[in-house]
Design a protein around this ligand. Structure first.
Ligand SMILES: *[C@@H]1O[C@H](CO)[C@@H](O)[C@H](O)[C@H]1NC(C)=O
Ligand SMILES: *[C@@H]1O[C@H](CO)[C@@H](O)[C@H](O)[C@H]1NC(C)=O
Ligand SMILES: *[C@@H]1O[C@H](CO)[C@@H](O)[C@H](O)[C@H]1NC(C)=O
Ligand SMILES: *[C@@H]1O[C@H](CO)[C@@H](O)[C@H](O)[C@H]1NC(C)=O
Length: 275
């Protein structure tokens, strides 16, 4: 009797323990699902928020309209089948002003270039134009049968040629190349063996848009460091010279990275005195 009671209460305790454990697991699953759901939808809405916030820094544009045109390029599309011209109406809605002597192109020097052009208002990069700054460092895509903008599970830059970000950067870089006039500056990387890469956006898109006599000079700033493997006699730079429209003259300067960084943060130095 006594032992039976003990066994019975033990059984009850075990059952209670089991119920508690099941409840705890169920609660955990629900909490996880809610957190995940909130994070995912915030990720999606976060994309549009970022887009609008960055866009509104530029005065005089209808950002809601620009967002609509942007979405039309890729929503409800296979994320590997969005060609550059899908962004034509977006580009037309935020036209670039032709800009003489100020445009700065770059290839494989992103860190030093963005730091430099942010601090010093001498040059403009494509990342400082409205569309370039709105979409800088973002990933996006759509999918068939949905009108959503996804920010995860999108193809990577190299996964397929016509993915939404890569086609966007090709398209906006075409427009940026078209806006070039007078002296054009390009910062290339002297720490690698082929500073001019014909596969890069600079080599495959932008250089081909420079037309003489609108563009007069192509000035290469080769960013070097101690022990740099490359200098201005590098053979890949000969390919750049050959790719230029006849009539555009070419120059190349080797400049230390530290010099560019120092000059960028010196407000007294006039534009053009950094090299
Ligand atoms: C040049 O390329 C090297 C190797 O990829 C990289 O470590 C370096 O930061 C680049 N230089 C600049 C100025 O971005
Ligand atoms: C997506 O489609 C649904 C139903 O067709 C519609 O209610 C919703 O407003 C659309 N969302 C966007 C962002 O266009
Ligand atoms: C253009 O570049 C050339 C050398 O490449 C330089 O002599 C000239 O001063 C530059 N002109 C302007 C307006 O920056
Ligand atoms: C440029 O680089 C090449 C190949 O690395 C080297 O042979 C040459 O001496 C360098 N020229 C100068 C002026 O540093």
């Amino acid at each position: 009797m006594e032992s039976g009671e003990i066994r019975g209460s033990e059984k009850k305790r075990r059952r209670r323990g089991f119920i508690l454990a099941v409840t705890a697991v169920a609660l955990l699953v629900i909490i996880l699902a809610v957190v995940l759901g909130v994070t995912l939808s915030r990720g999606r809405e976060g994309f549009k928020d970022t887009f609008m916030e960055r866009c509104q820094k530029f005065k005089g544009y209808n950002c809601e309209h620009i967002w609509e045109l942007f979405q039309q390029a890729y929503v409800n599309q296979d994320p590997c089948e969005v060609p550059p011209n899908a962004y034509d109406s977006l580009i037309a809605a935020a036209p670039l002003e032709s800009s003489c002597n100020r445009l700065l192109f770059w290839s494989k020097t992103k860190d030093v270039v963005q730091d430099f052009s942010r601090k010093k208002d001498c040059f403009q990069t494509v990342e400082e134009t409205l569309l370039g700054s709105v979409l800088n460092s973002l990933t996006w895509c759509g999918k068939k049968g949905s009108n959503e903008t996804l920010t995860t599970d999108c193809p990577g830059w190299l996964d397929c040629e016509n993915n939404p970000p890569r086609s966007f950067w090709r398209r906006v870089s075409t427009a940026f190349g078209d806006a070039a006039c007078g002296n054009v500056t390009a910062m290339l990387n002297g720490s690698i063996t082929t500073p001019f890469d014909t596969q890069s956006i600079f080599g495959s898109v932008e250089v081909k848009r420079f037309k003489s006599p609108r563009v007069k000079n192509m000035n290469v700033v080769l960013v070097i460091q101690k022990n740099s493997v490359t200098n201005c006699t590098n053979p890949s730079l000969q390919n750049l010279v050959m790719a230029l429209d006849k009539g555009i003259s070419y120059s190349c300067l080797e400049v230390f990275r530290s010099q560019i960084e120092k000059c960028g943060s010196d407000p007294e130095k006039p534009c053009g005195a950094c090299w």
